[in-house]
Design a protein around this ligand. Structure first.
Ligand code: FMN
Length: 225
């Protein structure tokens, strides 16, 4: 597919077929992602691809500890509640997803069930845990580098019929993820990406989230003669 088409047609996938994703296909996807640029070509990323029992233990532990403690235990600095425009955009995409999934905005039980799905990485057959070298904890560039890697991975997956959702909720209890996935001490857990073949009968997979227009995003200076 052309990049243009990939960029416009990709969507986050939150309903998956149980079918496994072949390791050769995952290798290909990761190889494409690894072609992204990085600061001084440092390539500070590592990915841990988990499936089967390991992933099931991560889902269970992440969910149980979230329910038990009610607060995240992550290795990265997070944000608190989004405010202003950020909050408005967050609410807008949530409204789109809830409508597609048949979740009532005021139905606390249904909303909680959706949040739990997030902690379970939407029951995807594969999870790719994205890490950076811990010694770069204070380097904003390293997170930027991993972000590019992750977007490349998501696009390469989509191009091959594999759906993804980048899933911050999946590593809310990072100590569980670290123990179960055997993450080396010199790596920092930043994000996970749930992956698998998209379910055909999951309307939230079809949600097209909105984007700010270029005129609002970009300021041009010095172009007018
Ligand atoms: C860093 C990051 C973390 C995310 N975490 C979650 C998450 O925890 N749960 C979720 O449902 N979606 C998560 N997403 C997906 C976004 O909600 C999604 O990309 C956004 O709403 C735009 O929709 P689209 O990907 O379908 O274009 C995350 C995306 C990013 C980039």
């Amino acid at each position: 597919m052309e990049l243009q088409q990939l960029a416009f047609e990709r969507r986050s996938i939150r309903g998956y077929k149980p079918d496994p994703v072949p390791k050769e296909l995952l290798d290909e996807i990761i190889e494409v992602a690894a072609q992204c640029p990085s600061s001084m070509n440092t390539q500070p990323w590592h990915v841990h691809v988990v499936t089967g029992d390991v992933l099931d233990r991560i889902r269970a532990g992440n969910t149980e500890r979230m329910v038990e403690t009610g607060k995240p235990d992550r290795e990265i600095r997070g944000h608190g509640r989004y405010e202003g425009d950020h909050r408005d955009r967050q609410k807008r995409v949530a409204a789109q997803l809830f409508e597609a999934a048949g979740i009532g905005w005021d139905n606390a039980e249904q909303r909680q069930d959706w949040v739990m799905r997030g902690f379970r990485q939407f029951d995807a057959p594969v999870s790719v845990i994205g890490c950076i070298d811990r010694e770069l904890y204070d380097s904003t560039e390293a997170y930027f580098d991993l972000g590019q890697f992750v977007y490349g991975m998501v696009l390469a997956a989509w191009d091959r019929g594999v759906g993804c959702v980048i899933n911050g909720q999946g590593i809310m209890q990072s100590s569980v993820v670290r123990a179960e996935a055997n993450i080396p001490d010199d790596q920092l857990i930043v994000i996970t990406v749930a992956m698998g073949f998209p379910a055909d009968d999951f309307p939230a997979n079809d949600v097209v989230s909105e984007r700010r227009p270029v005129a609002e995003i970009a300021s041009y200076l010095g172009f007018d003669g």
